[in-house]
Every structure is written in C-alpha cells, then in structure tokens.
Design a protein around this ligand. Structure first.
Ligand code: CA
Length: 223
C-alpha cells in the first residue's frame, strides 16, 4: 500500500510519515499542492492524505482537479478548520473522509484502514498460489499447512508478488509499490529481500514458487 501525504507543515508530515511507515505502508511526502499534483500524476497511490491549507494549490482546488483528471485514489482531507461548511466543501470536492487537526494518529490510522477496506471490499482477503496462502486480514502466511513467519517488509513483498501471480514484476515495480523509493541503486536491497523471502517460502519444498527471470525481474507461480 502506497500513501502520499500532501502537507506543508513539515513536523506534521514527518510525524504521519514515520507512523505510517511503522505500520508497513510505503509513504511519500509533498510539501505543496503543485508537488502533490506532480507526484499523483507520476505515481500510483492507494490513498492520499491532503492538507486543506497548502501553498501553490490549496487542498480543495487540488482535490477537485484530481477528481476531474479521473484520479480515483481515496482522499482523506486534513484541516485546522472544523465547521460544517468546511466539511461539506471538502467532501463535495471529492474527498472520502475528513480529519480535523489536531488528531490522534490512531484515529487517522483507523480511518485509513476503513477506507482501504471499503475500497477493497470486493477484493479477496486471502491470496493463494499453489499451496502457499496469505491472509490479508490476519497477516498469516501458510505453506503446505505450516505457518511461515515473515517481517512486515517480506509480507508486503510477498503480497505484491501474489497479487501479480503469473506475471513478471520488475525491480522498479517492486521499489515503487513495496518501498517508497524509485531509484536503481535500491535494487540490491530488493534482491536481498527476495532471497530472504525465497528461503522462507521455498526452502525444503520440491516445487519452487518464486522464480528469477534473468534481466527482467521476478515471477511467483506454481509450475
Ligand atoms: Ca497547511
């Protein structure tokens, strides 16, 4: 899950970013409306956290602009204002939810979860490739009836590979969706994590599920 925070108050942006990263989300930050618009156009986000009062393009204008450009990522609007009029304006501009500053981080987290759940209501909560099963709700991973303990990062990586079952995913795709960085120097880290994951899911099993496609990337499938 990749989230963009568009917030000009650096302290708040850093605080949200740190908290979300601890929860296993990939997080980018934009410090004004223009940068936010650029990042949303360039990347594929699962959710946007958008401050109302922003330099260059304000939150309401940006929200309307994104919706008119058919950007459908859910938007949680942040604001210091707390009048009914502002709430209505925020929701009318195309935001999905609204949070008044100051807020408890746990509340933001709960709203993010609720929105992502709604968004994925029709998506399966259990992924399966061969005898490998991943439960998105309980975070449990099983292979051949045995539980596999993964770190948060390994879990996100496996989830991404399973969602793309049968298709090659490149290191760039992994960097963008599982980490929040997209430069080439980062690919070594991805290779290291792929190895960790391979050891955990394939070691001791005759049928290998995680395949390296030389020069292209990785592929998860049952052969
Ligand atoms: Ca602001």
């Amino acid at each position: 899950m990749r989230i963009l925070i568009i917030e000009d108050e650096k302290k708040i942006a850093d605080f949200i970013k740190r908290g979300l990263k601890e929860e296993g989300y990939s997080v980018d930050v934009a410090h004004d409306g223009e940068e936010g618009h650029f990042l949303v156009s360039a990347n594929d986000y699962d959710l946007l956290i958008l401050d109302l009062m922003l330099p260059k393009i304000d939150g309401l204008t940006l929200c309307k602009k994104l919706r008119s450009e058919k950007i459908r990522a859910p938007i949680i609007m942040l604001t210091a204002k707390d009048t009914v009029k502002d709430k209505v304006a925020g929701l009318d501009s195309g935001a999905d939810d609204y949070l008044t500053k100051p807020f408890a981080f746990q509340e933001l987290l709960a709203r993010i979860r609720a929105i992502l759940r709604k968004k994925d209501a029709n998506a399966p909560t259990k992924l399966k490739v061969g005898d490998l099963a991943l439960d998105l709700l309980t975070h449990k991973v099983m292979r051949g009836g045995q539980e596999i303990i993964l770190t948060n990062k390994e879990f996100s990586l496996l989830e991404y590979l399973m969602l793309n079952e049968g298709n090659v995913v490149t290191r760039t795709m992994i960097a963008e969706h599982v980490w929040d960085i997209n430069f080439d120097t980062f690919t070594n880290v991805i290779d290291v994590y792929i190895n960790y994951l391979r050891n955990k899911i394939d070691q001791g099993h005759k049928k290998k599920l995680l395949h390296t496609i030389r020069g292209r990337g990785y592929l998860l499938k049952e052969e």
